[in-house]
Design a protein around this ligand. Sequence first.
Ligand code: ZN
Length: 60
Amino acid sequence: MVEKACKICHMLTEKKECPVCKTKELTENWQGIAIIFNPEESDVAKELNFKLSGKYAIKV
Ligand SMILES: [Zn+2]
């Protein structure tokens, strides 16, 4: 199954809505994966504004 990216927070999900913001604004048209374990300590997470650990699309 193809993962979709949330247009708002960039979280990747296989479900029909984003587990974080509960929106159905998902797209299959995304690029690059960032896996965040410790958002507090991750420069990437800070730069891209990812506040929770998880798998994110870099470009949506
Ligand atoms: Zn979201």
